[in-house]
Design a protein around this ligand. Structure first.
Ligand SMILES: [Zn+2]
Length: 183
């Protein structure tokens, strides 16, 4: 294994423990002893996702145009942070999801097709956790109602009672975030 979750693994004969570091160029690297099992590395990195996430978010400057690198970082962060939420809520709501795709979208936060493929905007990583959950639940509700009917909103509210607040937040801040990517 040469990298894990997109982070390169550097083995060094003088090292006794596994560590994760931010290099001078602002990229993460995993440093570990020469003899170190993939499982140990994975377990260690998985235990550090909170730390990685905090540093990833810090690296993205606010309200400036996002570079390709920034977007890639947000994509990686989405896999770590949002994908487990889709799984969690899908189980809670007992809906089946076929495939979840994270992409950069200019005008929407997510979508759900009738055959159960969900797309989520990686820019959600620039919104608070609550907003990400609200969108995840919104898209999952489309597995039951493929519209924005009253029943849809009742279902959304059932699984995410604060959805109105979140809609309001996106109404005030969403456009600014979406405008940080080039057409
Ligand atoms: Zn919708």
């Amino acid at each position: 294994m040469r990298e894990y979750k997109g982070i390169p693994i550097l083995r060094n004969s003088r090292r006794k423990t596994i560590g994760i570091y931010l290099s001078g160029s602002g990229n993460f690297e995993i440093r570990c002893p020469v003899i170190c099992s993939d499982q140990d590395i994975m377990r260690f990195v998985d235990s550090q996702t909170g730390w990685i996430e905090r540093h990833r978010q810090k690296q993205v400057p606010s309200s400036e145009m996002l570079s390709f690198e920034d977007l890639k970082r947000l994509g990686d962060a989405s896999l770590l942070e949002i994908a487990p939420r889709v799984k969690y809520f899908a189980e809670l709501m007992q809906v089946r999801v076929r495939k979840v795709t994270f992409k950069v979208m200019k005008s929407r936060w997510g979508s759900c097709s009738s055959n159960g493929n969900i797309s989520l905007n990686v820019l959600l990583m620039l919104t608070p956790e609550k907003i990400r959950d609200a969108i995840v639940v919104h898209e999952l509700c489309h597995r039951i109602h493929m519209n924005h009917s009253r029943d849809f909103y009742l279902l959304w509210e059932k699984y995410f009672p604060e959805y109105r607040e979140c809609e309001q937040w996106l109404h005030s801040h969403g456009r600014e975030i979406l405008s940080r990517v080039y057409e």
